[in-house]
Write a protein that binds this ligand. Structure first.
Ligand code: PLP
Length: 732
């Protein structure tokens, strides 16, 4: 670890200090479980799993829940039985070392942020399946962002909400209809503790609204070197209704939503202040948290005697705003009454009128018919704004061009930083070991460098294929286990349960499709012509099978119908046992899928997928993307590193686009994907396919990593926003 140095003792690292002086095996395991760093350390994960493999799975891979079933004595015995001492000691030492050092990258590039960290706001964080405070891609992106910030040593704190019921658990009934179940999370089983203010007491923030006060307590969750602060309205002082305000992600009505966003934005800035943290940069991940800017303006006015306009300019200078939504209807909008109810008292302190406040959230400030839009607020109150892929940047500039009527579209000041994924969180252990064997020493500290990944071309094709095959076997075993459990739970016949135990064949080309069931993602595109699909699935020489997973938003009836249609294919003799739907898509299901499929299918209606990240996870593990040229794939596909559906164009009529894209999808499958996959040499290896896997890994893994993404944010947005020097991206 020559590239690191000891952390200067800034900031409060309160009770972790105690935990880190752990002596017993139990204390050491608990210390490991108390920082989510373990979630991207395969050695620590296997350590927990080895303690009790069955309970580990049953407890959703939650190490605190697992350890709480052990007494210290029993754990000691188990560790002795399995000869775990040196593994526990080693893991514990590595954690201590990790926490007490800052990597060279952070010291070199992000030094100026040291005393004034980035405050990263997001309404969901997907760090691990055992911490259910995310719903989908946006949350997983936030989780990956803070993990990479931790790894690179970027001074950053994160702010979000704690949802004690999280997002729903999904089951399908006998008709294939989605059922939603909300489960209370056991707080004591989560790696978090009350955050303490400068006085050492657990922190509560309060927000005055026109209709009363809102209170929130603050939790601290450790994600490597990053502190994640989660506000939680379940506190005394709040009405029973408000205590449930933050219990569900995307639950409740529009008033719940604005109250959640008030707690996260205004409450979040207040929490930071009470913690003694003065951010140098506010990074708003999506418009949901944009009220934070108003509270930051209030602070500047009060602390430094600035006028509203001066404070606004100052806050905008320090604010970075990332937008993810390429459709106008997808942005949060609130009417004037809700805005006044929740921000009225803050507005009084800012000394601005109701119309002025509303103007900040309107494209046309004077238009009384226009509601208050969080994205508009984010765009107006940040000097640096970005979309999340090149194509999404173009779409976003067009969508918001009317905010800058005097500029031509290309000069609308919204840039792009393409999303990426946290490599160690998504890479299968077997693939990591393969890379370890062949990549240059220390490659794990240089994952953003293209040269590192070029080495994949020197790997023996048979070794790569065998590794992929063993991961595919693990995936299919997982799917069979899940689907047979689903059948039993739904009360299906013993025959059905038995059939599920034997479904799917590891020698068959396997396509994966897992994501939110929003209709624009067109989960059913491949079902466009069932006869043609059946011909492919049932080809005697070169068959194909498909595995699906994904949740529809509880209010999304069309999305639920898509799920139903796919789930019910199991009653169609042409597809029974060959098309599977795995319930309750989450990070765990996602990890299994992206690590084991041959092909990752992505066919959104272009250009509605802002970036997409699941295909990037698949790349790391050697799966090939088969995707519409939308989002990240529009800038990733080079003709030899995967497959493209369509030519990157959409018709104004959806039905025409769908027909064309379906035709293209079938053609690419029939003419490229299937022949390439089944073209075997005398050793049974698909040489050309393996070559494409290597092209995919070498050309894409480093570019679409969250390390590259966070480094881009640092250089292009954080440093200039903090007042440092850098290559500016888009300055207004
Ligand atoms: C990666 C991920 C997503 C995002 O997938 P997209 O294909 O980019 O929409 C959503 N949900 C989970 C659980 C994920 O892991």
């Amino acid at each position: 670890m020559s590239q690191t140095e000891t952390l200067p003792s800034v900031g409060a690292r309160p009770s972790s200090a105690n935990k880190l002086m752990a002596e017993t095996m139990y204390d050491k395991c608990m210390a490991l479980a108390s920082n989510l760093w373990w979630s991207w350390q395969p050695e620590v994960i296997t350590l927990f799993r080895d303690l009790d493999p069955i309970r580990w799975r049953q407890l959703d891979h939650n190490p605190i829940a697992l350890l709480s079933e052990f007494t210290p004595e029993r754990l000691e015995m188990r560790a002795a039985e399995l000869v775990l001492y040196s593994r526990i000691n080693h893991a514990y030492r590595r954690l201590k070392e990790y926490l007490s050092t800052i990597p060279l990258w952070g010291r070199t590039y992000a030094g100026v942020l040291g005393s004034k960290p980035v405050a990263y706001f997001s309404l969901e964080f997907g760090v691990h399946e055992s911490v259910p405070i995310y719903s989908g891609g946006l949350g997983v992106l936030s989780g990956d962002h803070i993990k990479s910030a931790s790894g690179l040593g970027v001074p950053l704190v994160a702010i979000g909400l704690f949802y004690d019921q999280g997002y729903f658990k999904q089951h399908l009934d006998l008709n294939g209809w989605q059922q939603e179940e909300y489960i209370d999370t056991k707080v004591e089983n989560l790696p978090m503790e009350p955050a303490r203010g400068s006085d050492g007491r657990p922190l509560t923030v309060e927000i005055q609204t026109r209709t009363g006060k809102l209170y929130a307590k603050v939790w601290l969750m450790r994600v490597g070197r990053v502190n994640l602060y989660l506000l939680d309205s379940d506190v005394e002082g709040n009405s029973p209704e408000d205590r449930e305000l933050t219990s569900r992600l995307y639950g409740g009505d529009i008033r719940t939503r604005i109250r959640q966003e008030t707690v996260a934005g205004v409450g979040g800035v207040r929490a930071l202040r009470a913690l003694g943290i003065t951010p140098g940069v506010y990074h708003l991940n999506e418009g949901h948290s944009a009220f934070a800017t108003l509270e930051a303006i209030r602070e500047r006015m009060k602390d430094d005697g600035l006028s509203f306009d001066e404070a606004l300019r100052d806050v905008a200078e320090h604010t970075v705003f990332t937008t993810h939504t390429p459709v106008p209807a997808g942005h949060d909008r609130f009417n004037g009454a809700l805005i006044e109810e929740h921000l009225g008292p803050l507005r009084d302190e800012l000394g601005i009128s109701f119309d002025q406040l509303m103007g900040l959230g309107r494209v046309e400030p004077q238009n009384v018919h226009e509601p208050f839009c969080m994205t508009v607020l984010g765009l107006k109150l940040s000097r640096r704004a970005n979309a999340v892929s090149n194509l999404h940047g173009r779409v976003t500039r067009r969508m918001w061009a009317h905010l800058w009527p005097w500029r031509v579209e290309d000069e609308v000041p919204i840039g792009h930083i393409t999303n990426g994924v946290h490599i160690l969180s998504w890479l299968a252990y077997q693939m990591l070991q393969l890379y370890d064997r062949h990549f240059p020493a220390g490659w794990q500290d240089r994952m953003g460098e293209p040269e590192v990944w070029q080495r994949i071309h020197e790997v023996d094709p048979g070794e790569l294929w065998e590794t992929h095959h063993s991961l595919k076997n693990l995936l299919l075993a997982f799917v069979r286990r899940r689907v047979s459990r689903q059948c039993r739970r739904r009360g299906e016949s013993d025959d059905a349960v038995e059939a599920a135990r034997n479904m799917l064949d590891p020698n068959v080309l396997t396509i994966g499709f897992a994501r939110r069931f929003a209709t624009y993602k067109r989960a059913d595109l491949i079902l466009y012509d069932l006869d043609r699909l059946s011909a492919m699935v049932n080809d005697p020489e070169r068959p194909m099978q498909i595995i699906y997973a994904g949740k529809a938003h509880p209010a999304d009836e069309p999305g639920k119908r898509l799920i139903q249609r796919i789930a019910n294919l199991r009653h169609d003799p042409r597809f029974a046992g060959k098309i599977a739907f795995v319930e309750d898509y989450d990070i765990n299901v996602a990890r299994h899928f992206v690590q084991g499929v041959d092909v990752w299918l992505n066919n959104p209606r272009r250009p509605l997928e802002a970036s997409g990240t699941s295909g990037q996870k698949a790349v790391l593990n050697g799966a090939l993307n088969l995707s519409v040229l939308d989002g990240w794939w529009a800038e990733a596909y080079d003709g030899s590193n995967g497959f493209a559906i369509g030519k990157g164009a959409s018709h104004v009529r959806d039905d025409v686009t769908d027909a064309r894209d379906a035709a293209s999808l079938y053609r690419v499958l029939e003419e490229q994907v299937i022949p390439l996959y089944y073209d075997r040499d005398i050793d049974g290896l698909p040489r050309h396919w393996i070559k494409r896997m290597m092209n995919s890994i070498s050309s894409l893994a480093w570019r679409f990593s969250a390390d590259r993404m966070v480094a881009d944010y640092v250089r292009q947005t954080y440093l200039p926003a903090a007042g440092g020097t850098s290559c500016d991206m888009h300055i207004r």
